[in-house]
Write a new protein. Structure first.
Length: 126
């Protein structure tokens, strides 16, 4: 699996990694295969996800042709995600975005506290 990617890493003021987000810039025609490969790789490392969903809202359904499933994702008519919760290292999930990219997210144990700190800082700026 080789795709261009964007990687965002968020650290605590002490320099500890709190969250990382990797966005694989997949061609539309490869998004579902790339997502499944990522989920399979994460499953091999962390075990089965706590949740693995592919939910489509009417008029779309999972067995539609690929171009219709792509449209469903782009327009917010589907949610495709796998979630690994309560890992010793933190929480991890993969999803297909509205931009038809594959996104992997990791939130370490310190992220909740760091997120609250960032929200408080943002509030102070206004």
């Amino acid at each position: 699996m080789y795709y261009d990617a964007r990687v965002y890493a968020m650290f605590t003021p002490a320099g500890a990694l709190a969250k990382i987000q990797v966005i694989l810039l997949t061609p539309d025609a490869e998004v579902f295969d790339a997502y499944r490969k990522l989920v399979n790789n994460l499953t091999a490392k962390y075990g089965p996800p706590a949740e693995d969903v592919a939910y489509y809202k009417e008029p779309y359904k999972e067995d539609d042709p690929q171009y219709q499933r792509e449209t469903a994702c782009k327009t917010g008519y589907c949610d495709i995600a796998a979630v690994w919760k309560d890992l010793p290292e933190g929480d991890l999930w993969a999803q297909i975005t509205k931009a038809l990219a594959v996104q992997a997210n990791y939130e370490g144990p310190s992220w909740s506290r760091e997120s609250d700190r960032r929200a408080a800082e943002a509030t102070k700026q206004f």
